[in-house]
Design a protein around this ligand. Structure first.
Ligand code: AMP
Ligand code: MG
Length: 404
């Protein structure tokens, strides 16, 4: 065993991530599964919406100019020549001096240019008496007023919202080009690990990193390619790491310089171990590199280190590959520090904090192995390499684990 000779700065590791995670190519997907996906190409509308002038009210289609002067004291009468319903328009041109009964969403007949709402109209037999004037265009949704044919709906890079998918449907676009979702393999190593639900020996521990990682990978818009669990065995780890089919391999455990830590030397032998050892706490024994086109992240087994290394580096790469923003998907807020936060100059600290009367306090149990520090915490503070920490009263950015 030999310790790390030097540690890469977090900023340099982030730069490596950004240089090696360009957006994946697009694929054609159906509009009804496009929610949350990232567009790889612009989308334009092939049609006008509405595609005809439509009524915005239940009432009577008229020529606006012919209603001039109508009021409670001067009701005007029009013969009703027919009716226009949604999907069943009045078939002819509306003759001058007449009206057509019309429902919301129905086509405004040729000849008519306005709609008198039903509350200003009284129908008697075959005529309607109106008590209000409407100007031409009133209560009429113009053809193309929602969307005009040929106009751009969304630009490449857009993350589709529920209403975006609705708009695609409303213009009849049934397929879009979306950035392919990164395929992520979880490779969990450790002889001491037992999958929850199985019998556990006294000195064995339940395996938890795969649960955390699977959820994070899902959060970041990727697809789980596979979940592989292997012993701390060089050959087994090597095979699982090198197998084709993943855009990203996340190796949990055995990432440091111990006797059973095979992953770094395997990555160096089979591809490129670009970075090994980072000036941060936790997660200092993090590594990253690539085997051909596949990015490989070596995440320390300690649960907090694993989560933190994922969030700093692997998650960023996965989001970028999937065309998403590199930015953390955690809401952030400026909060005053309630109790001193200590950090060493030269390394970045990931400090779990809990809010107490609106002030951020570091958790007492903050070791890399204490997973419950991340469940008790409301969020975390990142203390930059050049800082010695924060005195009470300092205002810092807290990243909150819970979505807004
Ligand atoms: P390692 O990085 O393999 O040296 O592991 C560091 C610590 O994290 C050890 O105490 C391991 O037992 C623990 N550990 C490793 N992998 C996992 C895992 N998948 N789930 C929970 N704890 C783990
Ligand atoms: Mg281990």
């Amino acid at each position: 065993m030999r310790g790390f000779t030097g540690r890469t700065l977090v900023d340099d590791a982030l730069r490596w991530v950004d240089e090696h995670s360009k957006s994946l190519p697009g694929e054609t997907i159906a509009f009804d599964v496009a929610h949350g996906r990232i567009l790889a190409a612009d989308v334009s509308s092939p049609i006008n919406v509405p595609s005809f002038d439509r009524s915005a009210m239940d009432g009577y289609a008229v020529r606006g100019i012919e209603t001039e002067g109508a009021s409670d004291y001067n009701p005007l009468s029009f013969p009703i020549v027919g009716e226009s319903m949604p999907g069943q328009p009045f078939p002819d041109t509306m003759p001058p001096g007449s009206a057509v009964r019309i429902m919301t969403g129905a086509p405004v007949p040729t000849g008519a240019d306005a709609v008198i709402p039903a509350e200003y109209a009284t129908e008697t037999g075959a005529t309607v008496e109106i008590t209000s004037t409407v100007s031409p265009g009133k209560h009429v949704g113009r053809r193309g007023e929602d969307v005009s044919a040929g106009s751009q709906l969304f630009a490449a890079g857009r993350r589709l919202r529920p209403q975006d998918v609705g708009l695609l449907a409303s213009v009849g676009v049934t397929a879009v080009e979306a950035v392919r979702r990164p395929r992520v393999r979880l490779l969990i190593t450790g002889n001491e690990l037992v999958v929850p639900g199985n019998e556990r020996g006294e000195f064995q521990i339940y395996e938890s990193n795969s649960s955390v990682l699977a959820a994070l990978v899902h959060r970041d818009g990727a697809e789980l390619e596979s979940l592989m669990r292997v012993e701390d065995d060089r050959e087994a780890i090597s095979q699982a790491m090198c197998k084709a089919g993943a855009d990203v391999v996340l190796v949990s455990g055995g990432s440091s310089v111990g006797k059973e830590d095979h992953a770094p030397s395997i990555l160096a032998a089979e591809g490129d171990l670009a970075i090994h050892g980072i000036a941060m706490r936790p997660s200092s024994p993090t590594g990253m590199g690539a085997i051909q086109q596949t990015l490989v992240f070596l995440l320390p087994g300690n649960p907090v280190s694993c989560l933190c290394a994922y969030d700093f580096f692997a998650g960023r790469a996965i989001r970028r590959l999937g065309g998403r923003s590199a930015v953390w998907p955690y809401p952030q807020r400026q909060v005053e520090v309630g109790r001193k936060v200590v950090s060493a100059v030269g390394r970045v600290d990931y400090c779990r904090v809990k809010l107490n009367e609106g002030r951020a306090e570091p958790l007492a149990l903050s070791g890399a192995s204490i997973l419950s520090s991340t469940t008790r915490a409301d969020g975390f503070v990142v203390i930059p390499a050049e800082s010695e920490g924060h005195a009470p009263g300092t205002v810092v950015t807290v990243y909150f684990y819970d979505p807004a």
